[in-house]
Structure formats: C-alpha cells, structure tokens
Design a binder for this molecule. Structure first.
Ligand SMILES: NC(=O)c1ccc[n+]([C@@H]2O[C@H](COP(=O)([O-])OP(=O)(O)OC[C@H]3O[C@@H](n4cnc5c(N)ncnc54)[C@H](OP(=O)(O)O)[C@@H]3O)[C@@H](O)[C@H]2O)c1
Length: 299
C-alpha cells in the first residue's frame, strides 16, 4: 500500500487526481486543500484541511500523515493575478514549496512537484527537460523559483512540467479553449483566435496519469507531462469546430499583439515527451481525442 498525500485537491488537476487515485487498489489517498472539503464525493480517501502558506500546518499535517509520496498540485495559477499580487504569488508558489520540502524531509516522503512551460521565454519551443529556463512573467519566475527549491533540496523529488491544461471539473467557473469555442460558435458569435502562439495542450486526465506514474514509480528528475501535439490556439479552435460540426467561418485569425494582457506570455512553448514516454510509459491523448473526452463529460 502506498500512502499519497495530495495538495490542491479542489483544483482542476487535484480533482482529476482524486478520481484517479481513489480507483487504485494499492493507494491510500489523503486529499488536502484550503478550508472545507469541496469535492463532490467523500468515499475512498481521507480529507485534511491544509493551507500550503501556513508552515506549521504543512509540517503538522504531513508529519501526522507520514505519506510515502506528496503530490504538490496546489499553486496560484492565474498568470495575470500573479503579475499584480506578487507577494501572494510568491507565498503560494515559492515559500509554500519550501515548507512542503521541509515536511517531506522530516517524513522521508518522495515529492512530485508540478510546474509549467511558463518557466521558458517561448523563443525556441518545443522544449525537452534539459532546456534552460528564462521566465518572462512573475508567475513564471515564481514557478521557476519553486522548481529551484525542489532541485536544490536533499529529498527525493520529481518535477512534472505541464502546458495549457484543459478539462472539466466540478464547481469550477474556469472555462477552457474547447468550451469557449464551442459556446461562442453555437451562439453564432465571431471569435478572434491567435495564430502566433504554440502550446502542447494537456488533457487534465493525462496530467493526473503522468503524476500518478511518477508517484507510483518514485521516478526521480524532471518529466515533461503534456499533450503530444504542438498547436496554435487557432488550430485548436478549428479542431473544436470540426469535432462539433460548427461554423468555422466565425473564427478569425489574430496576432497575440491584438490582445492586451497584464502578464507577458511565451510565444512558442510545447514539450518533447520522449523521456516520459520511455521512462514512465506515459501515453497522452491526441487533442482530438481530448475533445472527445470532454464531449463525453458534457453529456
Ligand atoms: N492550468 C494550466 O494550464 C497549467 C499549465 C501549466 C502548469 N500548471 C500547473 O499545474 C498545477 C495544477 O494547476 P491547476 O490547473 O489544477 O490549477 P487550479 O485549478 O488553479 O488549482 C490550484 C489549486 O491550488 C489551490 N491553492 C492555492 N493556494 C493554496 C493554498 N494556500 N493552500 C491550499 N491550496 C491552495 C487552489 O485552491 P482554491 O480552490 O481554494 O483556490 C486550487 O484548488 C499548478 O502547479 C500549476 O502551476 C497548470
């Protein structure tokens, strides 16, 4: 039996991990999040309230549970909010990671830390695990600093880096490109979609599986865990319209410069997945298969 403690259980990744881990016969799951349990079901796991910015609470909960593995899925993930609320961003994305490392060390737990393509400047994607980080947003800086704390720690660790995660989760207002394109075209609305950004969009279930494979094998090091195709948002929109048989003429091509956003975005990221595929046996869905998974969940 492997005891896995998860942070950020209410988030998109967190919810998918709760679904996946509660189905594993050899896993005992302890789900943690801020405040009350907001998950839609309570069977198959134990819930503990844990605010990751509260050092004592992190040390107490992890020290009490003594998990074999901690999967750290919680973070401040709103890139524009991080640019404005820098102290809150640093507390959640850097100091919290330091507390989790300290607690993992005391409990001799293996840490799976989740990170992002936004640690790169986006000049030369797709990236492999050895590429040099050079963040261009405060969120990216904070996530890089979190990674650095993990990499320079003396615990056993893995970093799962991911890109543009999409999925449907309980009680979340957050949309994603597929739902946005589908709704807009169904409403007959014209939409402008960017042609000069590249990402490897990741089905949330695939990211959860990648984190589980790492945790299960306690595979050390950095792993790229994303979708397998590098696409522009425009290409994602066209594939979505095709899948749902919607009117593609409503989709107009646009440059990223036509949109004003608080934080800068890296133009070309996307990941090379060879390491995760070979070492972990990670097998992500294609983007069109991911659309089909979401479509099934909408029914
Ligand atoms: N989504 C993406 O496109 C994307 C891309 C690359 C990397 N990532 C990385 O993937 C990981 C998971 O992201 P996600 O998409 O699942 O994000 P998410 O849906 O925003 O979930 C993040 C969760 O972290 C929790 N959290 C924040 N501060 C906390 C605190 N002080 N104590 C406890 N929990 C706290 C939030 O809790 P509340 O629900 O209470 O607010 C939220 O449930 C993150 O490390 C993120 O940086 C995401």
């Amino acid at each position: 039996m492997k005891k896995i403690l998860l942070t950020g259980a209410n988030g998109l990744l967190g919810q998918k991990l709760v679904d996946l881990l509660t189905k594993q016969p050899n896993v005992e799951l302890i789900a943690t999040a801020r405040g009350e349990n907001r998950l839609p079901f309570s069977d198959g796991y134990t819930y503990r309230a844990m605010d990751i910015t509260d050092r004592q609470q992190v040390l107490d909960v992890i020290g009490d549970v003594r998990p074999d593995v901690v999967i750290h899925g919680a973070a401040m993930t709103d890139v524009d909010k991080c640019e404005v609320q820098k102290d809150a961003c640093w507390a959640q994305n850097v100091h919290a990671v330091e507390y989790i490392i300290e607690a993992c060390k005391a409990a001799n737990a293996f840490l799976v830390h989740v990170s992002t393509d936004f640690i790169f400047d986006g000049a030369a994607g797709p990236y492999d695990e050895t590429a040099e980080a050079n963040p261009i947003s405060f969120y990216g800086w904070s996530k890089q600093a979190g990674e650095s704390a993990v990499r320079h720690s003396d615990i056993r660790w893995a970093i799962a880096r991911t890109v543009l995660v999409y999925g449907i989760a309980h009680d979340m207002s957050r949309s994603n490109i597929i739902l946005w394109v589908k709704k807009s075209l169904e409403d007959g609305k014209n939409i402008k979609v960017v042609t000069d950004q590249w990402r490897s969009p990741t089905l949330a279930e695939d990211l959860a599986m990648g984190c589980f494979l790492i945790a299960d094998q306690e595979a050390e090091g950095i792993f790229n865990i994303s979708g397998k195709e590098v696409l522009t948002p425009y290409e994602m929109a066209i594939q979505t319209a095709d899948y749902f048989n919607l009117d593609k003429s409503l989709i107009t091509q646009a440059d990223a410069s036509t949109f004003t956003q608080v934080a800068r975005r890296p133009p070309r990221t996307g990941f090379i997945l060879d390491k995760a595929q070979t070492v972990l046996g990670y097998k992500p869905h294609s983007f069109s298969e991911g659309i089909a998974v979401l479509a099934g969940q909408l029914k």
